[in-house]
Design a protein around this ligand. Structure first.
Ligand SMILES: Nc1ncnc2c1ncn2[C@@H]1O[C@H](COP(=O)(O)OP(=O)(O)OP(=O)(O)O)[C@@H](O)[C@H]1O
Ligand SMILES: [Mg+2]
Length: 345
């Protein structure tokens, strides 16, 4: 994607390789390994480029091992790229690590950023001094966050005694205390129950909207993506398989539509429209399917309304998660337009 003036993150031809030893197993093997060890190079991130605009909420998705966390670690300055260029709010993360840290907040769902044995509030205080947040700003920010995330009863509890959902609320607060411009979230809803997930989603939506924080979210939960992200980047074996708006993803990949029609009790007629398949039919209910390349939704609906007495009509959209699953399954082949029959009823 082209970078523009509004971009807050720019990534150009970024790669990160890992050298892994191909050890032989067993006793004899381990002795052989002493003399001749083979190494292979794992291209965890393989020549990717993208730019992210201020205020975007981007879903960064891909199967296990696709290279998501490796990318996030490079963007946050924890890992040094093998090659390529990253600029995050004017800084090269692994070079200007301290400056970069002031602009970003990071949550790794798998691991807390807080001090295990300290009460939550003391952890926050430490962060305040590390980030040198002015007392007044901190206070205002802390009060707002702790009220929204209902932290009151948790503040005196040592982090190790918190439940996963409670800890996540504290981790989110910790990541936002210095009011960063960018928030990186690596699986922030992992292991949370449905209610806690919903709560975290609402909170993130609010942060993106009201603080105009740019958010990059890595998750395996497709409902997170559907609920939050206006743009999706799909990573497949270290390469970008898709980058575009969530809406465009639906338009690009799903040309098939399904319509469900309920007719009035006294209308037992059939529906016959060229290019439209009648998938299933009972006395008063009809299920139709068609490809939008052949006929538009409007045409189908208006023809039915002209000919039949319709009581109810429902147009089915495939879920973003199903489309993404399909792209994982088909890998690069899915870069061309695909018919996604499976995603429709
Ligand atoms: N420190 C490391 N040393 C060697 N290989 C690594 C290292 N870190 C990551 N890898 C490899 O790089 C690839 C990408 O890993 P990464 O953690 O970025 O995947 P991911 O997309 O975050 O996956 P997941 O969804 O499982 O979290 C994997 O094959 C992984 O084994
Ligand atoms: Mg990961």
């Amino acid at each position: 994607m082209m970078s523009d003036d509004n971009s807050i993150i720019r990534v150009n031809n970024l790669s990160r390789h890992f050298t892994v030893a191909d050890g032989k197993s067993g006793f004899i093997g381990s002795i052989q390994n002493l003399f001749s060890r083979r190494y292979t190079t794992k291209k965890a991130v393989d020549d990717i480029s993208f730019s992210i605009a201020k205020g975007d909420f981007v879903g960064y998705v891909g199967e296990n091992g696709a290279g998501k966390s490796t990318t996030i670690k490079m963007l946050t300055g924890i890992l040094v790229p093998t090659s390529g260029k990253i600029v995050v709010a004017g800084n090269v993360p692994h070079i200007n690590r301290a400056q970069n840290a002031r602009n970003i907040g990071v949550v790794f769902g798998q691991r807390t950023q807080l001090w295990w044995d300290l009460p939550v509030l003391e952890s926050f205080d430490l962060l305040r001094s590390i980030f040198r947040v002015p007392e007044d700003d901190f206070k205002r920010n802390f009060e707002e966050l702790s009220e929204t995330l209902e932290l009151g009863p948790l503040l005196k509890v040592p982090v190790r005694k918190l439940s996963l959902g409670q800890r996540m609320r504290c981790d989110l607060t910790a990541a936002l205390l210095h009011n960063p411009r960018i928030l990186f979230l690596d699986e922030p809803t992992i292991g949370l129950d449905i209610i806690a997930k919903d709560y975290v989603r609402k909170f993130l939506k609010m942060v993106n909207k009201e603080r105009e924080t740019t958010i990059i979210l890595t998750t395996h939960d497709m409902d997170d993506i559907e609920a939050l992200c206006s743009r999706i980047i799909i990573l497949d074996q270290g390469k970008i398989a898709y980058d575009g708006s969530t809406e465009k993803l639906k338009i690009d990949y799903v040309r098939e539509k399904a319509i469900e029609i309920e007719l009035h009790e006294d209308d037992t007629g059939t529906i016959s429209i060229p290019n439209v398949k009648l998938v299933k039919s009972t006395a008063n209910k009809k299920w139709l399917r068609f490809n939008q390349d052949d006929i538009s939704v409007q045409e189908v609906v208006s023809q039915i309304m002209r000919e039949r007495r319709v009581k109810d009509i429902a147009i089915h959209e495939p879920k973003v998660g199903d489309i993404i699953k399909n792209i994982y399954a088909n890998g690069k082949a899915a870069s061309q337009q695909t018919k996604l029959q499976k995603t429709l009823p």
